[in-house]
Structure formats: C-alpha cells, structure tokens
Design a protein. Structure first.
Lengths: 79, 600
C-alpha cells in the first residue's frame, strides 16, 4: 500500500520518519516548486484523485496535503 | 550484473527512490564494470526528473549514465555556441525535444488567420529552425542526434471539417513531421523519434496535464516519463552495441497452445480458432523478424520426432524447419541447450533472447545465464504478439542487405555443419564448399557496412577499434590508408560483406590497424586470402615490412593466434597486446581452393 509518507520521502529524498504535518517548503530544501509539482502528480496517480490548480497553489506543508487528500476521500494509511 | 529494479509500471517516485539507492549503495563498487554513456537532453518544456529516471533505466541494463540537461529553453544558446558547456561535455547521444506549441508560438491558435503564403513560410521556418540546430551539432560532434517530431493536435477550431481544408492546421503539423523524416532519411547521424506516435500510444488526451502545463510548463505528464525513457533505451542499446541477434523459442504453449506429448497432432491449438490464432499471428510476426535478419532457434523439452512432425507437417505452422539456425529438442536442461545454441551459431550468450512460457525455465535461465535476455512472457497467449512487438532488443541504426539475410545465412550455416560431419578432414570440407572471395576497396556503397562491422565484431577482431562511417570515409580518402572489404560466397549461399582490413602506410612499414571477420565466416581460411592480398599490394608499392597488432579483449580469443599461425614474428609482447611483423618479400602460403576476385 502506497502511503503518503513514502511518496513524500521518495520525491523529496528525505527520511520517512522525519516527516510531520509541519514539514513544508520552508523547512525542506529539496521541496522546490518543481518537486512540489512532481509530488502532486505522484499523489494523484497513487490515490486516483485529481487536485485543482488552486489546491496545488495552496499547498505549503504536509498538513495541507493531508487535508486535501482527506477532503477528496483518498484512502491512505493514516500515518 | 544484478537487476535491482525490474518491476513493471513503476511510478516516478519509485524511480527516484531507486536512484538515491543506487547512488548511495552500489555505484561506487560496481561502477567500474558498467559501460559508460553520456547523453545531452534539450527541451523546450520542463521535463523534471528525466535525468534520474533515465539513469535508473540505463543502470538496469548495465550502463552508467552521465547526463547533461540543457537549461529551460536554453537550447539555442547551447547548440549555436561551439564553445558551450554542451560541446565540452562531448555527449554520445543528443536528444532534442521541441514542443509544437513552442515552434508555432501564437500561430498554434491563429493558424486559420494566416494567408497561404504565411502558412508556407511558417512551415519553412519550422523546418529551418530544426535544420540550423542539427547543422550546428553536426559541425561540432559525431554523436547520434535524436530529434522528437511534433505531436499532431487532435483538435481544430473547424471541428469535423478540419480535413476538408486546403492545407489545414493538422495537415500542417503532419507535413512538418513528414518533411523532417524525409530530410534525414539517408542520414546515419540524425534520427527522428516519433513523439507523435508515442503520444498516441499512451493517449494524447492524457499525456498533457493542463494544470501542470500552466503551473510549470510541463507538457508531458510525469507518469509517462518512464515510458519515454524506455523509448530512448531502444536507441541507447544499439548505440552501446547491445543489439541482440537471435530469438530462442520454446515450443509447447509458446509456438502452439497445449503440449504435444499430451494433446497430440490434432489436439494442439494452432489454426483459425480463437485459441489457435494468437499462436499463428505470433509465428507470423516472428517470421517478419527473421526476414529483417533475426536468427531463430528452438529450445524445447520434447520428443524430437513428435515436435518435428508438427514443425514439418502441421498446416498452420508458419515457422518451418528451414527458418531455424539451431534446433535443440531434447530433455536436457534449457540453460545447457542455450549454451549449445550459442556455440552452434557462433555468437555470444549475450546475443540471445529467450522466449518461454514456463516461469521456472525462465528463472533457471535468468539465474544461471544472466547474459541471456529473458522475455517476461505473459500468462495469456493472446498477449504474446503484443509482448514480442514491444521488444526493443533487435534494434540497430542501420540495416544492410547482409543483415536482412542473416537469419537465412545461419540456416545455411547449419547445413554446412551437417556437410562437415560427412567430410573427412577440414580442408576437404572447405574445398567442397566451392568458396569465392571478393576483395574490394571502401566505396560509398560499402562504407556503412564496413563501419557497422568494426562496431559489431567482437570475436575475430585483432584490435577491436570501433569506427564511424565518417572515420571510414576519411581513411578511404587518405593516401596513407587502405580499406579493404571481403565478401564470401559458397555453394550454400552468399555470406555478404563479412571481413574488413584497414592498413596504415608508414613509408616502407605498413601497419594493420584493423583486421576482422564476422563470426559467421570464422574458420574458413578466407582471412588468409585477405592477408595474402594485403601482402601483394604491399609488395607492389615497395613496402618492406608488414606489422600486425593484437589487442586482447574479453571476447577475441578466436583471433589470438592468427599472426603466429601465419608466420609473423613476435617483436613486442605486453600483458594485453602484442606486435608482430612479416617481411613483405617472404613467401606466404594461402589456400588455393578459394577463388579470388579483386574489384576496384
């Protein structure tokens, strides 16, 4: 089962255990604008949902992503 | 080499993880055994992650990739400036991907506002832009260049009457693609990648994610990045001389449905029924591979007579006995059969592709003979055709007439071997072949094939120097070099251009720069005829000494004793190379039963 953290870790090249809701573009060096887009594509493919452009623009940290995924009813391991 | 990452349908994030893993753990230790390639990629859009995905794809087939990714929309600056870091990078392959929206600019939407003249101009400008980039690269590099063609749009403001227009928008894009293809049809350096077909294959509707397009100028959705990189691999394999030569096939549940030992002649599935058709079409496609030069062989656990009965007599059997260069139908294990097939045909195990429905057999071969490419055969035979059509292992940049006949030539070889079993000694056998050798200097017709032989020949190759067509052309035009080609014919057929010698004249001293024979004519003493001819020319031009060099590689054992056996004297002996010499006026004996034709 794909988990949110696994995808975050793979795309951003960071350790899974270090990821919290507060992990953000500001405190993660590898989370630049392009990796941010890559992240969205990967989440869409993994969970079978689609983000709107506005939602993508609003993402600042992992908590934001989690909120969008929950709102869209994506089934993911709650980690 | 261990395949660390062979899962199908991996997402980009899987690739990124694998990339970090390889970089962290493996690359340092085994990096030395990998072949190295340098690739430069230019794109008019953002293709984030392509370097890492392509790195993993290359690593999986034993290639260490170093990549130059041109800056966003920087391709003009990099390519037009011959001092740019791109040219300093010296890539082996250059990939250029320019999007149709970027080349057309506003005209992408405005096309129907243009006058006829303006449309023509637009077409010309589009082509010229590509040509100017290509010309600049050609001036500075000999590397292969892969140019994406343009995605043909599937919409039009004119809707259903789009194709009723005189030189309509869609026709316009198709025309650019058509013209580009034609422009480079004869060019051995420039290749057009059919990006439009790639987009169709995966679905144009899905290739672009408009949100990503507006947010980051990404025109190919990242989920298709692995697919795109796999297409590039089709070009990378022949570039790295990783082209396979022979397709080895199982019989039961592979060439026909069912098991002959249980179902019998009438019971197997092969014919016009829904269950029989997948096998017939699979065989037809394999025949078309044979006709483009792929060698075929059988590796099956069966009673020989039962299986041959089907191959020879079944009305729907497409692949008859005469298409197979080696037939191993027995109860031995498949791995040892594969070794024998490679020996029979005289090619390396790394030239074989193995297709077998049995998972266990595939696993045995994968683990015991890692050099053999084993196809992931799907369970459902209706998917065999799709599977074989997707194989990219037989690709080459150039297909000579010799190549197309290769499958048939190896069948002739099998018949020769059968003759050799009847003959008493080897010379008697060779004499019975009625061989005729044609020696010809390099010319515009044979240069592509000569270059190809220097690229591909591994076994009987004294120095294993690889030369491009451009290199051979230069040798051939130079007064200091001689380039000879050798053709062999015998009573079983024409082996075509299968030998090359390149001589450098250094005053009275002539040096054999390259001397090689295609594996299919090794052991037939034609190399002695070629050597005799070189000596004759040397004598005519008052040379005194002929120098031969041997450079040891992993594969050229068959060439090792050539100079010694032919009366050369050792003058220098290093660990992996030797120099030999032969005084030109010394008598040289060569087989008289081979007829010689000299063409200049």
């Amino acid at each position: 089962m794909k988990t949110l953290k696994k995808i975050l870790a793979n795309v951003l090249g960071i350790n899974e255990d270090a990821i919290t809701n507060e992990t953000s573009q500001d405190n993660t060096e590898t989370w630049d604008s392009f990796n941010g887009l890559m992240l969205v594509s990967e989440l869409e493919n993994a969970f079978g949902i689609i983000f709107t452009m506005d939602e993508v623009r609003q993402i600042k940290n992992v908590g934001d992503i989690r909120a969008i995924l929950e709102k869209k009813g994506a089934k993911f391991v709650n980690d | 080499m261990k395949k660390v990452f062979a899962k199908k349908n991996c997402s980009v994030s899987d690739y990124l993880k694998e990339y970090s893993f390889i970089k962290k753990n493996i690359n340092g230790e085994s990096g030395g055994v990998l072949k190295k390639i340098k690739i430069a990629v230019f794109s008019s859009s953002t293709i984030q992650g392509i370097d890492k995905v392509l790195f993993v794809e290359c690593y999986n087939i034993g290639i260490d990739l170093e990549m130059f990714v041109g800056g966003y929309k920087q391709y003009h600056q990099d390519i037009l400036n011959s001092n740019s870091s791109f040219y300093k990078f010296q890539p082996d392959l250059v990939i250029i991907s320019i999007d149709v929206r970027d080349i057309l600019g506003d005209n992408y939407f405005n096309y129907y506002q243009l006058q006829d003249e303006e449309k023509k101009q637009l077409l010309e400008d589009g082509i010229n832009e590509i040509v100017s980039l290509v010309d600049n690269i050609k001036k500075n590099l000999n590397s292969k260049v892969l140019i994406h063609n343009f995605e043909v749009p599937f919409f039009s403001p004119l809707g259903i009457i789009e194709n009723k227009q005189k030189f309509g928008f869609i026709e316009f894009v198709k025309k650019i693609n058509f013209d580009l293809e034609n422009l480079y049809k004869q060019d051995s350096q420039i290749f057009i990648f059919d990006y439009d077909a790639f987009c169709s294959k995966w679905g144009k509707n899905d290739i672009i994610d408009y949100k990503m397009y507006y947010l980051g100028d990404i025109k190919i959705s990242s989920k298709y990045l692995p697919n795109l990189c796999k297409e590039y691999i089709s070009y990378i394999k022949p570039l790295m001389s990783m082209t396979k030569k022979c397709l080895v096939l199982d019989l039961d549940n592979t060439l026909w449905g069912g098991v002959i030992g249980e179902d019998g002649f009438e019971g197997i599935k092969l014919g016009l029924s829904p269950e029989g058709r997948p096998f017939v079409e699979f065989q037809k496609y394999i025949l078309s591979l044979f006709n483009r030069g792929v060698i075929l062989a059988i590796n099956s656990k069966n009673n020989l007579d039962d299986a041959l009965n089907i191959i020879k007599n079944h009305p729907y059997m497409v692949l008859k006995e005469e298409y197979f260069a080696s037939i191993k139908i027995n109860w031995d294990n498949k791995a040892s059969n594969l070794k024998e097939i490679a020996e029979d045909i005289n090619i390396g195990l790394d030239s074989l592709v193995f297709f077998d429905d049995d998972k266990l057999n595939r696993e045995i071969v994968r683990t015991t003979l890692p050099e053999v490419a084993v196809v992931d055969v799907p369970e459902d035979p209706s998917l065999y055709l799709k599977t074989i059509m997707a194989l990219d292992d037989f690709n080459s940049f150039y297909l000579s007439e010799e190549d197309k006949k290769k499958g048939a030539m190896y069948v002739e070889q099998r018949k020769r071997t059968e003759l050799s079993k009847i003959s008493v000694n080897i010379d008697e056998y060779l004499e019975a072949l009625n061989m005729e050798v044609t020696i010809e200097k390099a010319n515009s017709f044979n240069i592509p094939r000569i270059s190809q032989l220097t690229q591909k020949t591994n076994q009987f190759n004294m120095t294993t120097k690889r030369y491009s067509e451009e290199d051979i052309k230069q040798f051939s035009n130079s007064d200091n070099f001689l380039v000879f080609s050798l053709k062999v014919e015998d009573k079983f057929g024409d082996s075509g251009l299968t030998g090359v010698a390149i001589i450098e004249k250094k005053g009275k001293k002539w040096v054999i720069d390259s001397f090689l024979l295609s594996c299919r004519i090794i052991g037939r003493r034609v190399e002695e005829v070629l050597l005799a001819h070189i000596l004759k020319e040397a004598k005519e031009e008052d040379a005194e000494i002929l120098i031969g060099e041997f450079v040891l590689t992993k594969k050229n054992e068959p060439a090792k004793n050539f100079y010694e056996k032919n009366g050369f004297e050792l003058i220098e002996n290093k660990e992996n190379s030797q120099l030999w010499e032969f005084p030109v006026n010394k008598t040289y004996e060569f087989p008289k039963f081979i007829k010689i034709k000299i063409l200049f």
